[in-house]
Structure formats: C-alpha cells, structure tokens
Design a protein around this ligand. Structure first.
Ligand code: ASP
Ligand code: MG
Length: 401
C-alpha cells in the first residue's frame, strides 16, 4: 500500500514532536507500506518569517517572500529525515521542486500544474521513506513558489493524486472533524466519516481543519482523506465521496467571522441594477456570498450582500461612483457580523432543517439578518457578538435531541 502522510506545523513544532512523527512514519513503513511524508514549517515559523520580512521591507516582492517562506519547510524536512535516519531507516528529504511540483507563476498563491513523481517513485522503489516539503513548487522560470497559507494539505493531496496513493492521512492537533469547534462547544462529537461536499462547505465556512483547495482536489481526483491526531493514536475522520449517514441529519455547525456586509439603500427599482452592481464587484475580484434584494417600493429597492471581511472597503470603493451616479441613498459596510451554518447531506431528503435552526436561534434570542441555503447547508448572518452563543444553541438543537 502507498500512504501519504501530512503533518502540520504544530505536529513538528519541536524536537520531541519531530521524533514522534518519525515514530508514526516508521511504524507504517515497518508494516511493509510505501510512505511519503509531507511536512509544514515548524510551529509559528511561517508567521515569524513574515515578521522578519516586514522589519526589513514591508512591501517585499512576492517572489522574494516565496523564497523566504519556502525555507520554513526546508528546515522541517531535513530535521524529520535526520530523526528517521537516527532510528535506522532509509530516508530521503526532497524540496518541492525535487519532488516534481510544477506550479504557475502566481507567487504567494501558486496553483499546482502537475506533479512529476519520478524521483519520489525511484526512492520508494529503493524502499526509502520520502519526506517532501509541503507548500512549495517551482514555476516555469525555475523560481520557487508557494501555494498560499495552509498549502501543505494541498501538496499532500497532489502527491496522493499523482501517485494513486491508497490513502492520504492529514495529521493535525485535533482528533478529526467535529460537529462544531470542540474548544467552544464541549459536546461536539467527532465524525467517523464525512463527504467531500460537506467537508468543502465546512472548510469554507470556517471550520479550519483542512485547507479547502485540498478538499476540492481530493474530490476531483477521488483521493480518500483521513484527518487524525499526531498525538493520540485513535481513528480520525474519513473524507470520501459517500459517507455513512450515521443517522445524522447534519454533520456540523460552523462559524465564520471573516465576513463583511455591504448595504446599498435606495437604488432605482428597474431592470439591470443587480447586474451593474455585481459586475463591478466581480471586476474588482471580490467574492460575493449571500445576496439579499428588497422588494421594490416607491420606485426604489435595497441590495445587501456579504464579502470576505477585508474586502468590505474595496467593495464600497468599487461601487461608490456607480451609486452616486444613480442617486442611491447610501452605501456602507459593516464588519461586526458573522455567518453561522449547518451543513449536512442528510437535509436533502429531510424537511425541517431550517426551521429547527431558526427555532434554536429564536430561543437564544439571536436576530437573523440574512439567510441563504443550498442543498446541503443553511447559513444565517447574525451579529458577531452572538456567534458563539448561536453555534452552541444550534448545535444543541441538532445533536442533543
Ligand atoms: N507553512 C505554511 C503556512 O503556515 C504552509 C502550511 O502550514 O500548510 O501557511
Ligand atoms: Mg504552518
């Protein structure tokens, strides 16, 4: 069996943790499996490197930032390889480019174009454990690139896809995917299985266990993922195409505070307005999430929508001129909001998910500002200060019945 194992920064934060990872890896190797290990930079290394750069040049070019940040993973692979050597096992560490990662040239958030795994394959054929630097690759100018924060998950899935691995295990500091953030909701339960689609909703909704690009890629190439703890040897959560229902209507309650709400009051109530608004927002490369348009009254209507928190001012800037031109009454944004969502493939075939959620919010005296739904999720926009209370109340309604 070929297994790809990925360890995040906290799992390799110090010498003791690195040796712990070496034990996990060599245990699997000893069972006769081929093992490729992908690691992130130790602990807060990436953040520390960003700070160092700011001290010298706060506007350093993205190319040089990538050159700098890629160093974090280089340290981890060498240290882990040395730990494995020390245990008497054959091992080789490889940087992203040595492992065959070819990317486009979008420095600091490069996309993987292909992985050419020849060198990994050759090393595995010699029964070596292969340790690969996550988060990095090489573009066609032979410059080092990085994949964006949290990109090592994607590196691991890309290798698993390119090599048709039997399993891709993502080791982290939690035991798996939970029905809510276990640090905030003590009753949160660990899920045995979850579908790619559910995981994607939870990843983008701020559950922060897996990088969402890695889940997209796993779904596209059918890579079976397992999220598990590097500290405790217990089964984690499997992420796959079809999951056991576990008789659960929903799989989780997620909170996302990275939201801003943009409000335009008093737009003319005529055809083409929404198009003109959202084409300007799209041109500014701003992702829109929930959209609400009021019913027209007295010849005017209002449009409200949400964007990532740091894009609120850019959205307003992109719309100011147009809103002035058509005589809108006001244009503003507000960042004191949060999105709380319930996610689960089960709701496709069960009615009543939304009403149960709204009932729980009403009982907790939480006011809903906006609502959006898809086949597998219901999201509400509420005041940021209510978010944790709302998550607890909704979680209780679905999981303590
Ligand atoms: N070290 C990089 C980061 O901190 C990549 C990763 O951790 O996946 O974002
Ligand atoms: Mg990291």
């Amino acid at each position: 069996m070929l297994v790809v194992k990925k360890f995040g920064g906290s799992s390799v934060a110090n010498a003791e943790r690195v040796m712990n990872v070496a034990r996990i890896v060599t245990d699997t190797y000893r069972e006769g499996h081929d093992v490729v290990v992908v690691v992130s930079a130790q602990g807060d290394t990436t953040d520390d490197l960003i700070e160092k750069a700011k001290e010298i040049n706060p506007k350093g070019s993205k190319r040089e930032m990538d050159m700098l940040l890629a160093a974090g993973e280089q340290i981890s692979i060498a240290l882990l390889a040395m730990a494995i050597e020390n245990m008497g096992f054959p091992v080789i560490s490889l940087l992203g480019w040595q492992a065959g990662f070819q990317t486009n040239s979008t420095y600091s958030s490069a996309r993987i174009k292909r992985v050419n795994p020849e060198r990994i394959r050759a090393a595995l054929d010699k029964r070596k454990i292969v340790v690969v630097a996550g988060f990095q690759g090489l573009n066609r100018y032979e410059d080092v690139t990085t994949l964006g924060r949290g990109g090592s998950d994607t590196s691991a899935v890309a290798i698993a896809a390119a090599m048709h691995a039997d399993l891709c295990q993502i080791y982290t500091d939690v035991e798996g995917v939970y029905t809510a953030d276990p640090r905030k909701v003590p009753d949160a339960r660990k899920l045995q299985e979850i579908t790619y689609d559910e995981m994607l909703e939870l990843a983008t909704l701020g559950a922060q266990v897996l990088n969402n690009r890695s889940v997209e890629m796993a779904k596209k190439y059918g890579v079976e993922l397992e999220v598990l703890s590097s500290m405790k040897a217990v089964p984690g959560t499997k992420v796959k195409e079809v999951a056991k229902m576990e008789e659960m209507l929903i799989k989780g309650v997620a909170k996302d505070t990275n939201v801003a709400r943009v409000m335009i009051v008093g737009l003319p109530d005529e055809p083409g307005i929404a198009f003109k608004i959202f084409s300007r927002v799209a041109k500014a490369h701003i992702n829109v999430d929930i959209i609400l348009q009021s019913v027209g009254r007295d010849g005017t209507k209002d449009i409200t929508f949400t964007v990532p928190q740091d894009k609120g001012d850019e959205a307003v800037a992109a719309l100011q001129e147009y809103c002035d031109m058509v005589g809108a009454k006001s244009l503003s944004y507000d960042t004191s909001v949060a999105k709380v969502s319930v996610v689960g493939a089960g709701m496709e075939t069960h009615e009543g998910t939304a009403s149960l959620m709204f009932e729980a919010l009403a009982a907790a005296n939480v006011n809903i500002q906006m609502i959006s739904t898809s086949e597998i999720k219901v999201s509400v926009l509420i005041a940021a200060e209510d978010a944790d209370r709302a998550v607890s109340a909704v979680h209780k309604a679905f999981f303590e019945a």
